[in-house]
Write a protein of this length. Structure first.
Length: 336
């Protein structure tokens, strides 16, 4: 089969590799769509994932949908032919985190595209059967891949325990920030504000907000704007400090973006004097069924999310496009 594999920093090659054999408990998935995450860009640029080295070439891509073509030993369902979305945090089911319902924090987690686990930028991938969620035909392949970032958004909102009627500010309207706004809307929240520097993204996401989005949180701070809940989705250190400034006393800040650089520093007086709750969100926690149900019921329109489509041999272009944060694209989607 063909696989787009990362060999080193900014070195993606289209390789011919054997079709994987599903192990016991796994199924073989014919990949139909893979959306590219900002975290894929980090490893593409650096050649390692947060210090974990790339010891052998692997495919990137953890947001994907496809159809089941073979079942490994011991697996009976979903059946061959089923179209599925995939929860990419593959947990062990046996550690203390798994046993207490925190599977996404599993101590033995495998994550496709995190070395050494190969990802979905290939024609086929072997996945644990428990990670798959069937999708109806009303959900297309591209939307099927986008269910994963929607699941990340749903998880962040759940962590925030947002109360009805509270004011909410979102920093950053990439795919995750946009999905958070869409999900909050679907839940009936109306007091939604957005700060996003890229004009096209800001204008697209304005459909969800109750006031015109601003280009930067500085504008809000200058005018005294504050919010009960601030969701940081920019992945930048400065945005975390902005979020702490924006939160009302006794408010909540959820850090959804992956801070860059990874070491953060902040004025401790900000959260301390206001007694803020600061939560770091980690991927998603069993949110795929909620995401599928919302989209299938027409309560959230993932098909409206601006994407650009790429062939498998254009995988590097798709990652480069993601890095450039264009205004007319929230996700690059590769169709292997
Ligand atoms: Zn992702
Ligand atoms: Zn575990």
């Amino acid at each position: 089969m063909r696989a787009a594999r990362l060999h080193g920093p900014r070195d993606v090659r289209l390789d011919e590799v054997p079709v994987p054999e599903p192990s016991p408990g796994e199924v073989l998935v014919r990949v139909r769509a893979v959306s590219i995450c900002a975290s894929d860009v980090r490893m593409y640029w650096d050649g390692h994932a947060g210090g974990v080295p790339l010891e052998a070439p692997i495919s990137q891509g953890h947001e994907f949908a496809g159809e089941i073509t073979a079942l490994g030993p011991g697996v009976e369902r979903p059946p061959v032919g089923a179209r599925v979305a995939v929860e990419p945090s593959w947990h062990c089911g046996a550690c203390d985190m798994c046993e207490s319902g925190g599977e996404h924090l599993c101590r033995n987690i495998r994550f496709p595209s995190f070395p050494p686990q190969t990802g979905a930028l290939a024609e086929y991938i072997a996945c644990p059967a428990h990670a798959l969620h069937p999708i109806p035909d009303s959900i297309g392949d591209v939307e099927g891949a986008l269910l994963e970032p929607l699941g990340v958004a749903i998880h962040a909102v759940h962590l925030a325990r947002v109360a009805a009627g509270c004011s909410i500010a979102v920093l950053g309207a990439g795919a995750i920030g946009a999905c958070i706004l869409a999900y909050l809307r679907a839940l009936g929240h109306e007091r939604l504000a957005l700060a996003e520097p890229v004009p096209g993204r800001r204008e697209w996401a304005a459909r969800f907000t109750s006031q015109p989005p601003v280009a930067s949180a500085e504008e809000w701070l200058a005018s005294g704007h504050e919010a009960d809940l601030v969701l940081e989705c920019a992945g930048e250190n400065a945005a975390i400090e902005d979020a702490l400034h924006l939160a009302k006393p006794a408010g909540t800040v959820v850090v959804v973006g992956i801070p860059h650089p990874e070491r953060i520093s902040l004025d401790a007086n900000l959260p301390r004097r206001k007694e803020l709750t600061v939560i770091f969100s980690r991927r998603s926690r069993a949110t795929l069924p909620t995401a599928v149900a919302l989209v299938a019921a027409g309560r959230l329109d993932l098909a409206a999310l601006p994407v650009r489509r790429f062939a498998l041999e254009q995988a590097a272009e798709a990652i480069e496009a993601t890095a450039s944060r264009p205004g007319d694209m929230l996700r690059a989607v590769v169709l292997p």
